[in-house]
Write a protein that binds this ligand. Structure first.
Ligand code: MEV
Length: 426
């Protein structure tokens, strides 16, 4: 039986489900049941979600949690987070509370410039190309007038267009490097539309346009989030020792790429969760963050730590091209809810909140790693998942949770305890 199908997108939703159930699953009716279980009973709402992409057959649930007590630049936020990893929201909440009594997070947007490029091939003299570019630069701006009009009213638009010679890396290869300010929108569609309009005007018989597209590498769209306090304020049995070990952990992530990737993954646990909750493009954010972490030629930590004159300082610099208007932000009812929860922030404010969530997550991970180890808290949170996987009933869940209080949770220890209980209770 061939599983290649033509015209799949033209089938109705039910026809698609029938086809895939028949061709890819053993228990057809069960598959259909699971798929339908996740449909929204509100048909209009379901249709809205169906229309986000092609070939939608159902919805994929992710937990939507909230982390309270995020004091950021003296304002308190309740931060929405969409994530499946059990310990992330708990860690964010704990750390937010911790820093709320130590001055909170201080954040600064260091830049909001976005970048797009028209990549093209030119075989003639560079001088001729430069003359052609300079002569036509105004016309390139003019080519985007209808697209940029509204953005300009909001204070954004094209900042500059420059000609870049890349022929030392690839024969005949040049770029138009275009910088943008997109205010409260992430700006992907705006940027790509401008670039395509520019390319049409720029091309001639000697200029072959290869492609026109925004860049997700945004070293000039950066936000800094920072926490600091005296070493004594860190608390615990030996705050000096804690600060020093924490500092070492950050320094290791600065020079050791294997560790840096995991260190930054911890930061992205917080970042992605807010990015998802607010309907932003987490793939763009991920790509940009890791590219930025490699900007000096080797992959490094996105966060930094300093201990000076008894002050512990910990901060993060990260590119975050976020929007609070356009895209899914105004379309997805839960994304809208998240933004309202954050008091309908500007894109800049959302950059700050998101960076604070990333720093909080990084602090939580490093605090755990350099003290009790990561598994202690992680497995405690994961206990519920293991119990659900085992099919434990409510009574068993309570009993086993109580049993593991103060003990280290491991998958095998939970399974043994569960089996022991079942045997005991017959
Ligand atoms: C797990 O999701 C994230 C951590 O591995 C981050 C880190 O190691 O810093 C705990």
């Amino acid at each position: 039986m061939s599983k290649v199908i033509s015209g799949f997108s033209k089938l109705t939703k039910q026809e698609k489900i029938n086809w895939l159930a028949k061709n890819y699953f053993k228990k057809e009716s069960e598959v259909e049941k699971i798929i339908q279980q996740y449909w929204n009973s509100d048909k209009k709402l379901q249709q809205l979600h169906d229309d986000f992409i092609e070939n939608t057959i159902t919805n994929f649930y992710m937990p939507f949690g909230v982390a309270p007590n995020f004091l950021i630049n003296n304002e308190t936020y309740l931060v929405p987070m969409v994530i499946e990893e059990s310990s992330v929201v708990a860690a964010a909440s704990l750390v937010a509370k911790f820093w709320s009594t130590r001055g909170g997070f201080k954040t600064t947007v260091l830049g909001t410039t976005k970048i797009g490029q028209v990549h093209f091939m030119f075989q003639g003299e560079k001088e001729d190309l430069t003359t052609y570019f300079n002569k036509n630069k105004k016309a390139l701006f003019a080519a985007t007038a209808t697209i940029t009009r509204n953005m300009e009213k909001r204070g954004g638009g094209i900042l500059d267009i420059s000609l870049i010679d890349k022929t030392d890396k690839l024969a005949n290869y040049y770029q138009l490097h275009v910088t943008f300010e997109t205010k409260d929108s992430m700006g992907a569609n705006f940027i790509n539309s401008c670039l395509e309009a520019i390319a049409i005007v720029f091309r001639n018989e000697k200029i072959e346009i290869v492609m026109s597209i925004l860049s997700n590498f945004l070293p000039e769209c950066i936000v800094r989030a920072e926490v600091s306090c005296t070493i004594d304020e860190l608390g615990g049995d030996n705050p000096q020792k804690f600060a020093e070990k924490f500092h070492q952990a950050v320094k290791i992530a600065q020079i050791e790429p294997y560790r840096a990737v995991t260190h930054n993954k911890g930061i992205m646990n917080g970042i992605d969760a807010v990015v998802l909750a607010t309907g932003n493009d987490f793939r763009a954010i991920e790509a940009g963050a890791h590219a930025y972490a490699s900007k000096d030629g080797s992959y490094k930590s996105l966060s930094y730590c300093e201990i000076e004159n008894g002050i512990f300082k910990f901060w993060l610099d990260i590119p975050l091209a976020l929007g609070t208007v356009g895209g899914l932000t105004g379309l997805h009812p839960i994304a809208k809810l998240s933004l309202e929860m954050l008091q309908n922030p500007s894109a800049k404010r959302l950059m700050e909140i998101t960076a604070a969530a990333g720093l909080a997550q990084n602090f939580a991970a490093l605090r755990a790693l350099t003290t009790k180890g990561i598994q202690h808290g992680h497995m405690k949170m994961h206990l519920h998942n293991i119990l659900n996987q085992l099919g434990a009933n409510e009574e068993e869940k309570v009993e086993i949770t109580v049993f593991f209080e103060g003990k280290t949770v491991s998958h095998s220890a939970v399974v043994s305890k569960f089996e022991e209980l079942r045997i005991l209770k017959g």
